[in-house]
Design a protein around this ligand. Structure first.
Ligand code: MN
Length: 327
């Protein structure tokens, strides 16, 4: 799709329905390699997420936190760390996401580690199936998160959610979904990827995940990547879920995450990504995961995440009039 065609389509959708935004805290690091992600929801609250979205004219309600078991800090069993606890958290997340969407609100999951995307996407997928909507997921991340217990050295489930969503993982994790797979692998669109284990390199290609790695961003730029990524989504009856792992961003500006990887999008590239997600008018639910305040500096990573999320909800540098933009 050319830039001109994209602009035309976007201008018709520049004012998405102003649903109330529902913030859902999920304070756990049950699936992570390091402790501290459980403080993520409060880091986003302290950084002013609710107020920032209100200042964009949105009605926002903070629903408090979903609850679940404490992190028992156990070693892996049969290739998984904390499998029963992770399932318990994810069932609660799934039900919270589903009921929020069902009541007409826009759910924003404040994690928590990325294993929570299993429950989050499962809840969104159920809603979409019942409404006849075609679900696509943007997976903004440094990692492909496509491990299975056979291939994961650590057994940390936050390295596995994209595989589980596509139907690969422990049966009791697949059961979090109402269908198997929870979403077809080719409806997962990964952007910013730069740390992929040897077997994952093969698995994501074999299973048909759409991966835009950092080399592609280097070669053709974020604008072209986002045009391609958005071009994969049919415009009719589509629901876009954005699963935003904050380690997507370059660690020089976002150090407060569980697993940093050099060479991520810089500030403007990340902003452009979010602005183009907004302009598509397709986004209907969001995860913000992997912020780890224990590794942060004065909460700057949560503050940056808030700025980026503002752009997903339409904050712009100028009052861009789609008609003036054509001149
Ligand atoms: Mn991730």
């Amino acid at each position: 799709m050319s830039a001109k065609e994209l602009n035309k389509k976007d201008s018709a959708k520049i004012s998405p329905a102003k649903q109330r935004i529902s913030l859902i805290g999920v304070p756990t690091d049950i699936g992570a390699s390091h402790r501290g992600g459980s403080m993520g929801p409060d880091a986003l609250r302290v950084a002013g997420l609710e107020q920032a979205l209100r200042s964009l004219g949105r009605d926002v309600i903070d629903r408090g936190n979903v609850t679940g078991p404490v992190n028992p800090m156990k070693p892996p069993t049969d290739g998984y760390r904390h499998l029963p606890e992770t399932i318990q958290w994810n069932r609660a997340v799934r039900d919270a996401m589903y009921s929020t969407l069902n009541s007409g609100e826009f759910p924003v999951l404040m994690g928590g580690d990325h294993s929570l995307a299993i429950g989050s996407v499962a809840g969104v997928a159920r809603y979409c199936k019942e409404r006849g909507k075609n679900l696509y997921v943007f997976w903004l991340d440094a990692h492909a998160d496509f491990n299975t217990p056979k291939t994961s050295p650590s057994g940390n489930i936050h390295g596995m959610p994209a595989a589980v969503l596509s139907g690969f993982g422990h049966p009791s994790m697949l059961e979090i979904g109402f269908t198997t797979p929870i979403i077809e692998a080719n409806h997962i669109i990964q952007i910013g990827i730069r740390s992929v284990d040897a077997h994952e390199k093969i698995a994501v290609v074999e299973k048909g995940v759409n991966v835009f790695d950092m080399r592609q961003v280097d070669e053709i730029g974020m604008r072209a990547i986002m045009e391609k990524a958005l071009g994969l989504i049919p415009r009719k009856n589509a629901h876009l879920h954005v699963s935003f792992d904050v380690d997507f961003i370059d660690p020089t500006i976002a150090p407060g995450v569980a697993t940093t990887v050099s060479g991520g999008p810089n500030y403007r590239e990340a902003q452009l990504c979010m602005e183009m997600i907004h302009d598509s008018g397709l986004v209907g639910s969001l995860d913000i995961v992997e912020i780890n305040p224990a590794f942060d500096q004065n909460n700057k990573t949560a503050e940056l995440a808030v700025e980026l999320v503002e752009s997903i909800f339409g904050k712009q540098i100028l009052a861009r009039n789609p008609f003036l933009a054509q001149l």
